[in-house]
Design a protein around this ligand. Structure first.
Ligand code: GCU
Length: 599
């Protein structure tokens, strides 16, 4: 990317952010690397008001009115209300609201001492789905989207002493939402990730991109964005382990270009090497653990650090199976990622939305590549003018948080959308272009399942396949779609010659199910599921340009639409493991297959 284009893109991105900050009460793009900031963590018990009918708005509960005159009374109060844990979903914390898709009001009090030379921000790791945030009775802004971070600057609103933070959380499904009305996972609502009060200096390091330049294993090409500057400022980047001390200077908008070289031990699943990288400006300093690797396409192959790689992947939903609750902590991530490692994976597809930073950082430390995806899922209202904007913002939030994670090798921008949906092609092609502009160092794809299957032959085509780096397709032969011939004789026709990834396959079984003949789907038997896996693996041998496979799914997970009272009980049972951690027969088939794939 030449410098002129680079400066132009960054300046446009900078102006867009500026426009958003100035014109609406919409949230700001969150600063990068909260872990390395001066934070006051606001996790813990928050008082809550459950508001199933949504009367809290006209009652203005954020004002916390108190009776003054003898005749006064108010039909709500946080005092005397129950508490809930933050982070965490609200559905699993109170049985009465297990299936609530609506409003819960949260309140947290905290004390603070304001300092004249400091700025203050409230940062949320994620809130599902729409968050309206109030501080000391005043609305400070809102955010839509359940899986990406956001923040508000509260420098001129925070008080010295006691402050009251109120968050209205609404997980009601929206037709023009992302996802829209229908999705096959549990709609956990709540303040689902960490909340932090962040104090910075007047001018702070807002964001940075410190990664290898495309096609280079020793040239770093990136930038640092300062916030709050009005003139150029020096920026230093240090990598003590490599004796690298690099200095650059920002322009008056705070953008500093970064270009230096180093003899890096490259990050890979076998050697998940991370370097301590210090980014320093006049009044701020952050430290990040960053890996350096290259990922690119060469003909029909994917190369990691210039060597062909086969993605041994598995799909994961962000759920702690033992708690039947939204996963949010490092401990939750460890349960899921340890299973993925045990299965023999070198990658995890975090379906169908950005998972927590804990999950991504832990995967990186454990040597698992990460497939990060936007919840642009199935029936999206692409013709609604708000939708492309929402997609764009969510993509920017996703990339911004994880752009320095070497483990993240691919951005997936949609799953199973339909080419017949109005404006789908235009909207997703435009989104792909924007994604490439924001980050051309990673692979980009769209997951599709509208391939034809006739006479035991797949016909794989979609307009979007001309705009992606790899072809990613979901197929459920043996479950939703019966085989039309021997798996070993299945034929494939592709629209182009790109590398191919089977992003979903599999079928359902109830662990230990002993109901009915094992060769019938309705037995929900492990044997029936096992056969699906054996057949799929046989078919994989003749899939041209196959660079990876990814079973749906690692562990049984909650989905309210899965209603069979005996076999499903509100669970999608396509897991290789049951929600109690029991390994199904198909687990061993997949583990053995990954053992044969020697890379
Ligand atoms: C789809 C979809 C998944 C879903 C799965 C299933 O392909 O992408 O989200 O859960 O199929 O039907 O189990």
């Amino acid at each position: 990317m030449n410098n002129k284009l680079f400066t132009k893109i960054k300046s446009i991105a900078f102006l867009v952010t500026l426009f958003f900050c100035c014109t609406s009460l919409y949230s700001q793009s969150a600063m990068t690397n909260v872990e390395s900031r001066n934070t006051t963590n606001l996790n813990g018990d928050w008082t809550v008001i459950i508001d199933p009918t949504g009367t809290g708005d006209w009652r203005q509960v954020w004002k916390e009115k108190k009776p003054e005159k003898k005749t006064d009374f108010y039909e709500y109060s946080f005092e005397g209300s129950p508490t809930m844990k933050v982070p965490g979903d609200f559905n699993s914390q109170m049985v009465e609201i297990t299936y609530l898709e609506g409003i819960v009001w949260y309140k947290k009090e905290f004390t603070h001492t304001t300092k004249s030379n400091k700025r203050n921000f409230i940062h949320f790791g994620a809130v599902n789905y729409v968050a309206d945030v109030y501080l000391n009775g005043e609305h400070i802004g809102s955010h839509e989207g359940g899986f990406t971070p956001f923040q508000f600057e509260i420098t001129d609103k925070i008080k010295s002493g006691k402050n009251a933070l109120v968050v209205k959380v609404n997980n009601k499904r929206l037709k023009n939402g992302l996802p829209s009305l229908g999705f096959d996972w549990f709609n956990y609502g709540g303040i689902t990730r960490d909340v932090n009060l962040i104090e910075t200096s007047k001018c702070y390091i807002e964001d940075y991109h410190i990664q290898l330049e495309k096609h280079s294993d020793n040239e770093v090409l990136g930038w640092v964005q300062l916030n709050g500057v009005s003139k150029s400022e020096k920026v230093k980047i240090k990598i003590p382990e490599l004796n690298i001390e690099y200095e650059t200077i920002s322009n008056k908008n705070g953008l500093a270009e970064v270009k230096f070289s180093g003899e890096f031990e490259l990050w890979s699943p076998q050697n998940p090497k991370l370097y301590s990288v210090i980014i320093k400006s006049k009044n701020d300093e952050v430290t990040d653990e960053i890996g350096f690797r290259t990922i690119e396409i060469k003909g029909k192959e994917v190369l990691l650090n210039n060597k062909p790689i086969f993605f041994k992947s598995v799909n994961i939903h962000e759920e702690n199976p033992y708690k039947a609750a939204k996963a949010y902590s490092e401990e939750d991530a460890l349960i899921l990622l340890n299973w993925a490692k045990e299965l023999g994976c070198n990658m995890v597809r975090l379906a169908h939305y950005p998972h927590s930073e804990h999950m991504v950082k832990l995967a990186e430390k454990m040597g698992l590549m990460v497939w990060s995806e936007l919840p642009v899922y199935q029936h999206i209202e692409f013709s609604n003018p708000d939708v492309p904007q929402k997609m764009d913002l969510m993509m920017k939030e996703m990339i911004r948080r994880d752009r320095n994670r070497a483990a993240v090798v691919l951005w997936s921008l949609s799953n199973e959308t339909y080419s017949f949906t109005e404006n789908r092609d235009n909207a997703l092609i435009e989104l792909t272009k924007q994604c490439k502009l924001l980050d051309d160092t990673r692979l980009i794809t769209h997951v599709i399942n509208n391939q034809g299957y006739d006479n035991n032959t797949f016909n794989v085509w979609d307009t979007l396949y001309n705009h992606v780096d790899i072809i990613a397709l979901n197929e459920y032969l043996g479950w939703y779609v019966p085989w039309q011939g021997k798996p070993s004789e299945t034929k494939w026709k592709f629209v182009n010659d790109k590398p191919v990834f089977i992003s979903e396959f599999g079928g359902e079984s109830l662990y230990g199910s002993n109901y009915g003949p094992k060769d019938e789907a309705a037995s929900w038997s492990e044997e029936y599921q096992e056969k699906i896996y054996q057949d799929q693996i046989e078919m994989f041998n003749n899939v041209p340009n196959l660079i990876g496979v990814c079973p749906w799914i690692l562990v049984d997970y909650r989905s309210s639409g899965r209603m069979h009272p005996v076999y499903q009980k509100g669970y999608n049972r396509k897991g290789l493991i049951s929600e109690n951690g029991e390994k199904k027969k198909s687990w061993y088939i997949m583990k053995e297959y990954f053992q044969t794939e020697n890379n």
